[in-house]
Design a protein around this ligand. Structure first.
Ligand code: AMP
Length: 229
């Protein structure tokens, strides 16, 4: 049920790979009308299309390394339009301290301000275990999990009926590499926002069952939980 907030909200969701941040983002978008800006998904789409940008980012994605900041800027310049009265939810950006000024610049030129930075906290071992069961729709990007968020029909996307796949970067070595990357970069970014925008970094316990994580995130954003349907 769409309960779009009266004033648009602009939110960044942080969380290590496997923290459930993308599922949380999808649920928040469905419930409150956020337009999701998911750099990982946008990059995978570019690779699937095989366009110029897609060819340049493919190698980085495959081995779990970060895509260089100038390519992320190029990707977002192609994607981000003046949000007007729409709420935006950033998932996967900013991912390095070097991307923080890029977001500042988008806020300035597109006339919006980030209201909150959600920090979905999950331990590395738990996140790694979750990632091995993750399945995604190659068509629309919806994420499932064989145990905690299975599709209605096994192996098939609820939205468009496409056969679900493992992400090519969900191999054990790449999962480890991506956890290392998160551990290296996320702390300094969150410290920066704690220092420069006090009160806007809101922790969410991502180790709880998903409905509790969603409720905690809604409370952290000052959003009334959606009415049951
Ligand atoms: P995700 O779907 O958020 O886990 O992202 C998948 C992969 O896309 C990451 O492992 C990175 O290689 C790349 N990626 C996504 N967002 C960014 C970003 N903001 N900066 C650099 N690389 C990114």
């Amino acid at each position: 049920m769409d309960q779009t907030p009266s004033a648009p909200l602009h939110v960044v969701v942080f969380g290590r790979p496997g923290s459930g941040k993308s599922s949380l983002g999808e649920r928040l978008s469905a419930a409150y009308g956020f337009v999701p800006v998911r750099t990982g998904e946008l990059l995978r789409e570019a690779v699937r299309r095989g366009d110029d940008l897609g060819r340049r980012v493919a190698e980085h994605l495959k081995d779990g390394h970060l895509v260089p900041d100038p390519l992320i800027l190029e990707l977002l310049e192609q994607t981000l339009k003046d949000p007007g009265h729409t709420s935006l939810l950033f998932d996967g950006f900013p991912r390095t301290l070097g991307q923080v000024p890029l977001l500042d610049e988008f806020e300035r030129t597109l006339h919006f301000q980030i209201d909150a930075y959600l920090d979905v906290q999950v331990g590395r071992a738990e996140a790694t275990a979750r990632m091995t069961g993750r399945r995604v729709c190659p068509e629309c990007g919806t994420t499932y999990h064989v145990v905690s968020k299975p599709p209605k029909v096994e192996g098939v996307c609820d939205r468009d009926g496409t056969r679900l796949e493992r992400r090519p970067d969900d191999t054990p070595a790449t999962i480890d590499q991506r956890q290392d990357v998160y551990d290296r970069h996320a702390g300094p970014i969150l410290d920066h926002y704690r220092r420069c925008e006090p009160g806007k970094v809101r922790p969410v316990d991502g180790g709880k069952p998903f409905p509790a994580v969603f409720a905690e995130a809604c409370a952290a954003l000052g959003l009334a939980p959606p009415a049951a349907h």
